[in-house]
Design a protein around this ligand. Structure first.
Ligand code: HEM
Length: 134
């Protein structure tokens, strides 16, 4: 046992366990490739360049899973439901969002346990973002 560096015995965050920033960048990059090729979902994104949106979602997910807090340093409290209020997130948008996210998650090739943890969160979060009834 190392008496000097207690930190070495601490558990890693989920962020670290799955590979840190590189993993979240790959995830969200793949997701936005799907968005870019989906006319229905693409039409919801106001900016012509999806790059800034990709950066925001990447930084948010990194922060959520225990990585650096750059998202909130730049954007403040996430308040994600409020930030989605300008967009009509209905069941169809929810399904399309999750469909592209599923492809992106599977591409990461995580362990089954990590993949399940990530996927459960994303499906829960997506359901909570619906703000427009059918
Ligand atoms: C359910 C379907 C969803 C749809 C259709 C949707 C759509 C959008 C759109 C159109 C934007 C604006 C793009 C931008 O300028 O950043 C946005 C932003 C964002 N979304 Fe979603 N979203 C969904 C779910 C989610 C979920 C589940 C999360 C988190 C796990 C999330 C996290 C974010 C973040 C962090 C931003 C940027 C917020 C900011 O700082 O301005 N979204 N979303």
């Amino acid at each position: 046992m190392n008496e000097i560096r207690r930190g070495t015995l601490q558990e890693q965050t989920f962020y670290e366990q799955v590979g840190g920033e590189e993993t979240f960048r790959r995830l969200v990059h793949r997701f936005y490739e799907g968005v870019a090729g989906d006319p229905f979902l693409r039409a919801m994104y106001p900016e012509e360049d999806l790059g800034p949106a990709e950066e925001r979602l990447t930084l948010f997910l990194m922060q959520y899973w225990g990585g650096p807090t750059t998202y909130s340093d730049n954007r403040g409290h996430p308040r994600l439901r409020m930030r989605h209020a300008p967009f009509a997130v209905d069941r169809a948008a929810h399904d399309a969002w999750l469909r592209h996210m599923r492809v992106a998650v599977e591409d990461l090739g995580l362990s089954e346990e990590h993949e399940t943890t990530l996927w459960n969160y994303l499906t829960y979060a997506a359901a909570s973002m619906i703000n427009t009834p059918d």
